[in-house]
Design a binder for this molecule. Structure first.
Ligand SMILES: Nc1ncnc2c1ncn2[C@@H]1O[C@H](COP(=O)(O)OP(=O)(O)O)[C@@H](O)[C@H]1O
Ligand SMILES: O=P(O)(O)OC[C@H](O)CO
Length: 488
């Protein structure tokens, strides 16, 4: 018996097969194009993502040595696509979560932010889907009229893939993805008419919202030669929370991929934030949401990718790690990767990146180290906000981390040092994909419940802090000074 997981991420799409113990039995992955139409704008070609999803899923299924009983989908969140209900063709490229083109539009709605936050748990930032949907409706010729006539459908990437995987039969999403659109009331558990009115989004565009574990339909047999039941869906950070088995209130995970996303389980209580964190849905079973506080950092691994693709300074991400290992004493070089503005806890859409502290003696090692260090400093910013918020409950515990950047042992050591607490890395690095498989397995009756899943979480490594406190304090103070230079 195997569980299939599709993880549609910001930079790539993966398909993986897991057994009941959560061990990886097959994996395939393809990157897709990042389209930058103008500074601060990022798009994806949804058709390309679909083609890559099909290719990686077929490649993983070809390695299956046992029946595949269920499929779980997880995805980059907020990224939104609108398509024709009849043909399934996207009307434009998907607008990606990092895209800032709607910053002015969001600034114009600031007077309504308190009400928007009360309903959605989110801040009025271009990060979320609502303003991107409005942009598409207003800029793609004829789109608003077609939407008002009920001819179009919108969705986050899970929803688009579900539509395509079911041969256009199912237009649905799950509560975690809905909770990131800024159109969904996280307390009432429904699309919110006041928000739809505020943004001017026709209801006919929107998918049905289901639990994270639900009968979402079956794959069209024409695609994979079998009808696989789709029984779990969650946004990638929420799926990682499940994959890290953070089921008890107070448990925290942090995923370091393109961005960094910290999530603290707050149980059945939606905790409003005083420190610019987001209140969101971690997962939803039987109509009952479990809530979380989230700290979202927009640029983490993206700066390593920039060293490789933008500067040509390294040939591969792993080289950044090697350079950092070899770099000499810290020379005060900092990189603040505000490539897409700054997210939590600053929320400055206008901020742009900065490299500071350069001298003629600075070299590639200093830059690589600064890019990796920034991931740890930003995590410390989040942990500080979360600790202030949760009055100690999340204060002393270990941080469970995952995502592509956990491949950097140098970063994991520095992270433990900067946080002054142990950092645990699980043995399945692809925690997001594993979480989606767990959800699908719950839906297919493979697992009895969350305790059964938690029993399958295994630690691969623990990193303990060793840096002396004065050094830790001085390095972090340098970071805070560098951040001040980026703020608009
Ligand atoms: N050995 C490594 N050292 C440093 N960074 C790495 C290493 N391996 C991968 N990365 C970074 O991890 C990121 C990919 O992580 P991943 O979790 O796959 O991202 P996403 O799901 O956002 O597409 C990339 O930005 C890459 O630069
Ligand atoms: O695809 P990732 O891992 O960069 O995650 C993206 C987040 O879901 C955006 O909110």
């Amino acid at each position: 018996m195997l569980l299939l997981s599709i993880d549609q991420g910001t930079t790539s799409t993966r398909a993986m097969l897991f057994d009941r113990d959560g061990r990886v039995r097959a994996a395939a992955q393809q990157e897709h194009q990042q389209i930058y139409p103008a500074p601060g704008e990022i798009e994806h070609d949804a058709d390309e993502i679909w083609t890559r999803t099909l290719a990686v899923t077929r490649a993983a299924l070809a390695q299956a040595d046992a029946p595949v009983v269920a499929l779980g989908i997880t995805n980059q969140r907020e990224t939104v696509v609108i398509w024709d209900a009849r043909t399934g063709a996207p009307i434009a490229n998907a607008i990606v979560w990092q895209d800032r083109r709607t910053a002015d539009f969001c600034a114009g709605l600031k007077a309504h932010e308190a009400e928007v936050t009360a309903r959605t748990g989110l801040l009025l930032d271009p990060y979320f889907s609502a303003s991107k949907i409005v942009w598409l409706l207003d800029h793609v010729p004829g789109a608003r009229g077609r939407a008002e006539r009920g001819e179009l459908r919108m969705g986050t990437m899970d929803c688009f893939l579900l539509w395509r995987l079911t041969g256009g039969r199912v237009h649905a999403t799950d509560a975690t993805n809905a909770s990131r659109t800024m159109l969904y009331n996280i307390h009432d558990g429904r699309w919110d008419d006041w928000l739809l009115d505020l943004f001017g989004v026709p209801k006919s565009l929107l998918p049905e919202v289901r639990d994270s574990v639900a009968a979402f339909g079956v794959t069209d047999p024409a695609l994979f030669g079998q009808a696989i039941p789709i029984t779990g869906i969650a946004g990638d950070q929420q799926a990682a929370t499940v994959g890290q088995a953070c089921f008890a209130p107070g448990m925290v995970k942090c995923t370091h991929g393109t961005g960094s996303f910290l999530m603290l389980n707050t149980g059945a209580r939606a905790v409003p934030s005083q420190h610019h964190l987001l209140t969101t849905i971690a997962y939803q079973f039987d109509g009952k949401p479990t809530y979380a506080l989230e700290g979202s950092v927009f640029s983490a691994g993206v700066s390593i990718k920039w060293l490789r693709d933008g500067l040509g300074l390294i040939g591969s991400a792993a080289e950044a790690d090697a350079l950092a290992e070899r770099a000499g004493p810290h020379k005060g070089v900092y990189l603040v990767p505000a490539f897409s503005g700054l997210g939590a806890p600053y929320w400055d859409a206008a901020a742009r990146g900065v490299i500071c502290g350069l001298t003629a003696g600075s070299d590639a090692g200093d830059l690589a180290r600064a890019a990796l260090e920034a991931v740890a400093y930003q995590t410390r910013d989040l942990v500080a906000a979360m600790t202030a918020e949760f009055a100690g409950d999340a204060g002393a515990s270990v941080l469970r981390v995952d995502g592509g950047l956990t491949n950097s042992r140098w970063l994991m050591r520095f992270m433990a040092d900067m946080l002054g607490r142990p950092v645990d890395v699980p043995d399945v690095a692809e925690t997001t994909a594993l979480g989606a498989a767990f959800l699908a397995g719950l839906g297919a009756g493979v697992y009895d419940g969350l305790d059964d899943i938690a029993a399958h979480w295994r630690r691969a490594a623990r990193y303990e802090p060793t840096m002396p406190e004065p050094e830790r304090r001085a390095l972090y103070a340098g970071w805070q000074a560098a951040v001040r230079r980026t703020l608009g």
